[in-house]
Ligand binder design. Structure first.
Ligand SMILES: Cc1ncc(COP(=O)(O)O)c(C=O)c1O
Length: 394
C-alpha cells in the first residue's frame, strides 16, 4: 500500500467553496506587463491611490514613537470606541454607547466575528448576487450557508423587503446587505432599508448591514440602519472614506447582549486590532482629516461624473446611476458574453485593467464588468481612449 505523500495537501472541505479573487490573475498580469515597460490604466483595485490624510499619518508615527505598539483590549481602546460613538452622534444624530462598538482588524475581521457569533452549521444568510465576494466566504468559514439571490437593475442590484420575504426559509438566520454596494455602487433607499429591517425583525432573524462605503455617497443620503433599532449588526471600516486600507482597521456595532460573545471570539481570533492603527484612527475624525476626506469625496464624484457617460458612449449599459462607493458596474454584453475573457483581452491589447463580473457572483456575471474609478481624471481619460480604440479595432 502506498503511504500518502506527506507534502500533498489534505484540505478541509470548506476550501472547495472558497474561491480566489479572479481579479488577482489580472493584477498579476498587469504587473508583468508593467515590468515589460507597458503602462497600464488600473481600474481594477478597490482603493484610492492617495495616502492617508496627514493628521492620520502623523498620529501613527507618534504612536510608534511613544510606544503604542502593544496589544489593546479585545474590543479596542476606550478612546477610539468613544471617538466612533461621537462620530455616530455628530454624523447621524444616533446616540450609541461606546460599549456596543467593537474595533476589529478591518471590517473583514468584524464580518468573521459577526458570522462566528450568529451562525450554527447550515444556518442561511441571504445576500445579493452580485455582491462583495468575501461575504459568502466568511459565512462558509463559520459553517453557515450563503444564499446569494440574483438581483438586477430593477432593484438597483439590491435586496428589497419583498425579495427577503420571498426567500426566507426555516434555515434563514440573517440577511446581509451593503449600502452603498460593491460592485454596483448603489444605495438602498431609506424606506426600503427600514422595510427590510421590519421584515427581518418580524421573522426573528438578524439584519447585518455593511456600511463600509458610508461617507462616499454623491447626492444620496447615508442612512445608518442603527436609526431603526438596536437589534442590528453594522460593519464599518477606516478603509474607504477614511482612506486607511492598509492600516487594517474597522469596527462593528452590535446589540448589547451580543458584546460579551463578540469580545470573547475577537480576543481568540485576533487578541486585538493594531494599537498603532487605533491611535492613528482617532485622528481620522479630526476636523483637518475630515476636510481631506470630504475633498476626496468631491474628487470621486467628479471622477464618476467623468467616467459614467463615457462608458455609456462606448456601449456599456449602466442602467442604474451608482450613487456611492467608487465603482461602476457595467453590462458589457454588447461587446462580449464572456466578461472574464474580455477583461484578459482588454488588459493584453489595450493596457486597461478592469474586474470581471465573475468575482461578484454568478448571476449574469459573464455579462458584467466592474470599473473602479478613484483615479485622476486624466488617467480615466486615457483608459477611455484606449478602450475606444480597442473596441473599434475588434
Ligand atoms: C463591501 C465591502 N465590505 C467589506 C470590505 C472589506 O474591507 P476592510 O476589511 O478593509 O474593512 C470591502 C473591501 O473592499 C468591501 O468592498
Amino acid at each position: 500500500m502506498n503511504s500518502p505523500d506527506p507534502l500533498s495537501p489534505r484540505l478541509a472541505a470548506r476550501m472547495a467553496d472558497i474561491e480566489p479573487f479572479h481579479v488577482v490573475v489580472l493584477v498579476t498580469r498587469a504587473k508583468e506587463l508593467e515590468a515589460q515597460g507597458r503602462t497600464i490604466v488600473n481600474m481594477v483595485i478597490g482603493e484610492p491611490d492617495a495616502p492617508s490624510a496627514a493628521p492620520i499619518a502623523e498620529a501613527g508615527i507618534r504612536a510608534i514613537q511613544s510606544g503604542h505598539v502593544r496589544y489593546t483590549p479585545g474590543l479596542g481602546t476606550t478612546a477610539l470606541r468613544r471617538a466612533i460613538a461621537q462620530w455616530y452622534l455628530s454624523r447621524y444624530a444616533v446616540d450609541l454607547p461606546a460599549e456596543r462598538i467593537g474595533v476589529m482588524p478591518g471590517s473583514s475581521g468584524a464580518m468573521l466575528v459577526t458570522m462566528g457569533v450568529l451562525l450554527d452549521p447550515g444556518d442561511e444568510v441571504l445576500m445579493a448576487d452580485p455582491s462583495y465576494p468575501c461575504n459568502r466566504h466568511f459565512v462558509r468559514a463559520m459553517e453557515g450557508r450563503a444564499r446569494c439571490i440574483p438581483v438586477g437593475a430593477d432593484t438597483a442590484y439590491q435586496l428589497t423587503a419583498a425579495i427577503v420575504e420571498r426567500h426566507w426559509s426555516t434555515r434563514t438566520r440573517a440577511v446581509m446587505v451593503a449600502s452603498p454596494s460593491n460592485p454596483t455602487g448603489t444605495v438602498i433607499p431609506r424606506d426600503e432599508l427600514r422595510a427590510i429591517h421590519d421584515v427581518v425583525r418580524a421573522r426573528g432573524g438578524v439584519l447585518i448591514v455593511d456600511e463600509i462605503y458610508h461617507g462616499l455617497t454623491y447626492g444620496a443620503h447615508d442612512t445608518t440602519v442603527l436609526e431603526f433599532g438596536d437589534d442590528v449588526f453594522v460593519l464599518n471600516s477606516f478603509s474607504k472614506y477614511f482612506g486607511m486600507t492598509g492600516w487594517r482597521l474597522g469596527w462593528m456595532v452590535a446589540p448589547e447582549a451580543y458584546m460579551p460573545a463578540i469580545e470573547k471570539l475577537a480576543q481568540n481570533l485576533f487578541i486585538s486590532a493594531s494599537d498603532i492603527a487605533q491611535q492613528a484612527a482617532i485622528a481620522a475624525f479630526s476636523p483637518e482629516a475630515v476636510a481631506v476626506h470630504e475633498q476626496r469625496r468631491e474628487e470621486f464624484r467628479a471622477q464618476r461624473d467623468f467616467l459614467l457617460p463615457r462608458l455609456r458612449d462606448l456601449g456599456f449599459d449602466i442602467p442604474v446611476v451608482p450613487e456611492g462607493a467608487f465603482y461602476i458596474y457595467a453590462n458589457c454584453s454588447r461587446h462580449t458574453d464572456d466578461s472574464y475573457a474580455f477583461c484578459l483581452d482588454v488588459l493584453e491589447k489595450a493596457g486597461v485593467a478592469i474586474a470581471p463580473g465573475l468575482d461578484f457572483g454568478e448571476h449574469e456575471s459573464s455579462r458584467h464588468v466592474r470599473f473602479s474609478y478613484p483615479k485622476p481624471v486624466p488617467v480615466l481619460a486615457e483608459g477611455v481612449a484606449r478602450l475606444e480604440k480597442y473596441l473599434r479595432s475588434r
